[in-house]
Write a protein that binds this ligand. Sequence first.
Ligand code: HEM
Length: 376
Amino acid sequence: MSTTTVTPVEAVRLVDPYPYYARLVATRPFAHDSALGAWVAADAAAVRAVLGSGALRVRPVAEPVPAGIVGTPAGEVFGDLVRMTDGAVTARLKAVVSEALVGCDTARAGELAARFTREVLARGGEVSYEELMFAVPARVVAALSGLTDGADVEAARAIGDFVGCIPAGATPEQQRAAATAAARLRELLGPGLDRAADGLLGELVRAADRAGWEELGPLLSNAVGFLSQTYDATAGLVGNTLVALARGASVPEGPEGTAALVREVVRYDAPIQNTRRFAAEPFTHGGLTVEAGEQVLVVLAAANRDPAVNPDPHALTPGRVNPTVFTFGASAHRCPGAQLAGALAAAVVTELRTAGLSTSATPAYRPLANARIPLL
Ligand code: HEM
């Protein structure tokens, strides 16, 4: 793949997409890309403006739920997610979801992630990085949601099927598997939506009570969302941190050094490289207008390295002071799971370092349009 013809979507899986992103920031900070059929926001100013605009929505107005899953349990869950909806009702639900996640016990999340990592390693044989990157963080979020005794493992597996329906190119088979998974995840998680329960779901119901939010269905969908939001993104953060270490990043071995590295990898090699917006109304930035119906690709990973907001942006500097980071989004849809994600990734990587394990420095990447996940 030549870097002269690459699109910002193909860049996600390059061994080093950053020279390409730097050219976008310097020469095309906000521009229409005809190969992509979308606008591309690449510098910090454009990314901030796009994410902050009410004219730009997370889904196309004409297709709030992907056509292939409408009317299925996967479509019902999708249509309730704060991630996938806009407006006043979503804003109320987002406040509830955020309160539950921000109040989450990240120390316990880290302990569980360390324990599950040690369990995987104790089995011996070839190390399954796939399991460590995807299943372990998902299992922790399942456990924090009240699932134990194998139900955590089942939920971690089912969420892999559910996220298959999210990309625009999902096949009918993936959509069917996602529908089955969504139904099962609702069955598994439903009983945990109890105000007396510990953990994430108890917090969710109590936060809903405080906000006067009464409908249980959307709470249950967003509990499934906790797992789906964890899945690819946290796998990418674990993987990209391991690759940074393999490329020579030098931080002390203990949990603090590793946590500082994880925080900088979030900026330096973002696990979620881009997100999308769809214009419901015209949106103007830098004298250019996105018309209603047009799409914007928001290149979070490019904006993280904009020299206008981060000095020496191409240096990996654990402990960097007050970095500007777009990896978790911004404004109305900003990710409320950032602390949890950092705790999970730091715990998994700390255990792997303690076990003396290391990975390739130049892996291939999964062929995904927005998540940057190495194949280790
Ligand atoms: C490294 C890991 C993670 C990354 C990079 C990440 C990134 C993001 C980004 C970029 C968004 C906003 C998307 C947009 O505006 O288009 C988002 C939203 C969200 N994330 Fe995360 N996330 C991560 C982990 C998590 C975890 C562990 C949870 C919860 C268990 C979580 C929960 C959410 C939720 C609920 C939203 C929807 C917020 C909204 O749309 O208002 N995320 N995340």
